[in-house]
Design a protein around this ligand. Structure first.
Ligand code: SER
Length: 314
């Protein structure tokens, strides 16, 4: 029987992953950790335990006491926060991951799944349809930790046979938990401001294309990868993609439903981060090896986002 641990469970992806895994395996099999106070939905669908992932002894105690066999390691500092305090991003992202890999190896955890990101790519990678295998020379500390993390997963797989897997997420757009400290957060902010009838000053310029995905697809991707037959996987890390969007395109899609919505553009330090990332990435390996395929395009996502945000606010 599966016993699943989710670190960073209060984050943008973690909080929705908890719910999805609880539906699949039953809440009594889900253990969640974070350094934040958990929202009600996490308490209802899992056993929550306070944990800072840099604390390897507490992490090991939870894995042993709860007899964990699968870890979704979601705790991380994102790109924009990471550029404000690179050492902090290094500490959380690298120490957290090595702690998870070490405890998984020593306590014989069956599988570790942890997200990587489009931030592994730097200015020398092809901008369009960026391949799964290509130069990885990121310009952010977040990207550096994600590249190193990918290499660590491969190392633990080759050296110890630990079944560690990762997927390179694009920017994730979601209605339930706001992202924190990412360069792609503007996309979520656009929807939140529009539904609240507030104008928005976007920190990324209007014609900057970036890869995006709607949250239901992001959850589907990570659960599919976690469940994939290892004999079909030819690599440890996969690009996943859904749609390449500029801020202008997202605004136009929102205005289709909310014509009064106004957006101005005031790029800040995050523009340079966005400029160093791909416009869209090639996810054919994920499609071929474990059947990845996104369900949502921009119009479907916009309709659903607006409906959900309205429902939450009413
Ligand atoms: N959404 C992340 C960020 O903007 C990228 O993985 O930092």
């Amino acid at each position: 029987m599966k016993k699943i641990l989710i670190t960073g469970a209060c984050g943008q992806i973690g909080s929705e992953l908890v719910f999805a895994l609880a539906q699949q395996y039953g809440s009594e099999h889900i253990f969640t950790t974070d350094i934040q106070r958990p929202p009600a939905i996490i308490r209802e669908h899992s056993e929550f335990i306070y944990l800072n992932v840099v604390d390897k002894h507490s992490l090991a105690r939870i894995v042993v006491e709860k007899d964990i066999d699968t870890i979704f390691h979601m705790a991380a500092i994102l790109s924009a926060t990471g550029e404000k305090d690179p050492k902090y991003a290094y500490d959380v992202n690298m120490t957290g991951l090595i702690n998870v890999l070490e405890v998984a190896r020593k306590k014989r955890v069956e599988r570790v799944i942890t997200p990587s990101s489009i931030a592994v790519f730097g200015p020398d990678a092809p901008k369009n349809n960026t391949p799964n295998e290509t130069p990885l020379n990121p310009t952010t500390m977040y990207g550096v930790t994600k590249v190193a993390g990918e290499k660590l997963l491969q190392y633990y797989y080759l050296k110890y046979g630990l079944d560690a897997r990762s997927l390179r997420y694009p920017g994730i757009i979601s209605s339930e938990t706001a992202p924190g400290g990412g360069t792609t957060d503007f996309a979520v902010d656009l929807y939140l401001h529009a539904v609240q009838n507030h104008p928005y000053a976007c920190f990324i310029s209007e014609d900057t294309p970036l890869p995006f995905m709607y949250m239901p697809d992001a959850i589907d991707a990570i659960i599919k990868l976690a469940g994939a037959d290892n004999r079909r996987l030819q690599r440890r890390v996969y690009n996943v993609h859904a749609m390449s969007l500029t801020p202008r395109e997202i605004v136009a899609s929102i205005q289709h439903h909310l014509p009064e919505f106004r957006c101005t553009y005031a790029p800040d330090f995050r523009q340079a981060i966005a400029d160093s990332w791909p416009n869209g990435i090639d996810d054919s390996a994920a499609r071929e090896e474990w059947g990845w395929s996104p369900a949502y395009d921009l119009p479907m996502m916009t309709r659903d986002m607006i409906e959900r945000i309205r429902r939450r606010q009413s």
